[in-house]
Design a protein around this ligand. Structure first.
Ligand SMILES: Cc1ncc(COP(=O)(O)O)c(C=O)c1O
Length: 411
């Protein structure tokens, strides 16, 4: 299952990555279907009948992966009409879709209303005004929740923290209460609940519980003000182990969450992304050149920051290994991409045994990988390949040069 070594060769669900590199070329993202399902089931088996697991589409938005999850009963957390439309194509049910994000456009809101999704999660008073206006214009009832800013740190990289007081996300409790009263008076909003996502790569259960306690207290405060809430959305954010960090087990965390919610008459919504797809994907890449200088050994690979931006953007650490084990001893390399930026470094001081034909795997790249890729340096985006029990499926082809120029006018 998943990514395992067989006879010194790294395989995905029993298929040698060497074969995939030969058939599809590099760089290429490769995913394990069974790993995605296993990770999802760890969440899904821990919730009650009316609770929802809404996969966070921003972490990986390939429609085939969304379809895999929709077929298992997943809902979706989206942040744009593009993500919403992908979920609908994948067979996602509107009644299991929540829509977050601080900058929802008129088009986003119109689509969410037309599709009657479960909840638009409001992040500001101005957004509420826009929703009321659009709902009135279209004769629609908008199902909404309020996203709160809990002033809780996720304890991770500042760029993936979203719950601090100074962040752009969510409403303060006082402002949320004011907005909820306005929403009720509008006659076009049905209030579904409250939400709070403190950030990504959380490694401590106490943070999740602190966020839940904050939401449970907020629900009580709303109730005292006469506003009844049936749903609490604790966001996503459970981290994965990239470099031996503590990794929370979703079922453990959810057991405590569900226990706390018992007797409160509240349904739970969870929005995991990274913990479902992160460890289920790798980026396959080949060595282009070895370059030895007076100060460093560089291994120049064919995957760059345009393919996987996490190391350059967040200083993120990914394990990088050759897919074939070698008998030779390791040397230390800085593993760099071909992009003309000094930040294009995938890993520093990595001990590897490399030969001129080496193929490498950048591990744990299934989340915030392909979705954050770009065409920088006019490089086509890589393909995505999904392996399901020996069946290898191309779920996104490699971009061509024609794709790169197809939106440029008057050529
Ligand atoms: C509102 C919201 N929910 C869920 C997530 C998913 O987080 P993660 O991938 O860490 O589970 C994010 C990501 O930042 C988010 O902004």
């Amino acid at each position: 299952m998943s990514f395992l070594e067989v006879n010194n060769s790294l395989c995905v669900e029993g298929v040698p990555l060497l074969d995939i590199a030969r058939d599809y070329g590099t760089p290429a993202y490769v995913y394990s279907s069974s790993q995605i399902i296993k990770n999802f089931d760890n969440y899904f088996s821990s919730i009650r009948k009316d609770d929802k697991i809404c996969f966070s589409v921003k972490s990986n938005s390939n429609i085939h992966i969304l379809e895999l999850l929709a077929n298992k009963g997943s809902g979706f957390d989206v942040v744009s009409s593009g993500e919403l439309r992908k979920c609908l194509i994948a067979g996602g049910k509107p009644e299991n879709i929540v829509f977050s994000g601080v900058g929802k456009s008129i088009e986003d809101i119109e689509l969410a209303l037309k599709e009657e999704i479960f909840s638009i999660n409001i992040e500001s008073e101005a957004e509420l005004d826009r929703i009321i206006e659009i709902a009135k214009k279209n004769g629609a009832i908008a199902q909404c929740s309020f996203r709160l800013n809990p002033d809780i740190s996720a304890g991770s990289h500042p760029f993936v923290e979203t719950g601090g007081k100074s962040s752009k996300f969510g409403l303060s409790k006082t402002n949320a209460l004011g907005a909820a009263k306005k929403a009720e008076n509008s006659g076009v909003i049905k209030i579904k609940g409250i939400a709070s996502h403190v950030g990504s790569q959380i490694s401590k259960k106490e943070i999740v519980i602190k966020n839940l306690d904050f939401l449970m207290q907020t629900k009580k405060d709303f109730q005292e003000a006469g506003i009844i809430l049936n749903n609490i959305n604790i966001g996503g954010g459970l981290g994965i182990s990239y470099k031996g960090e503590d990794q929370l087990i979703p079922s453990d965390v959810l057991k405590e969450v569900v226990d706390k919610l018992a007797l409160t008459n509240t349904n739970l919504i969870v929005e995991p992304g990274r913990s479902i797809v992160g460890k289920a994907g790798i980026l396959l890449t080949k060595l282009e050149y070895l370059k030895r200088t007076e100060t460093s050994n560089f291994a120049i690979i064919d995957a760059g920051m345009n393919d996987l931006i996490r190391p350059s953007l967040y200083n993120a650490w990914h394990n990088i290994r050759t897919i074939e084990k070698s008998e030779n001893s390791n040397e230390e390399f800085n593993i760099v991409g071909p992009i003309c930026e000094s930040a294009d470094v995938m890993g520093e001081k990595r001990g590897l045994s490399l030969t001129k034909d080496s193929i490498l795997a950048i591990l744990d790249a299934g989340a915030y990988g392909h979705v954050m890729s770009s065409n920088y340096n006019s490089r086509p985006r890589p393909p995505e390949i999904l392996v399901d029990d020996c069946e290898v499926r191309l779920i996104r082809r490699r971009e061509s040069f024609q794709d790169l120029i197809s939106t440029q006018t008057n050529l």
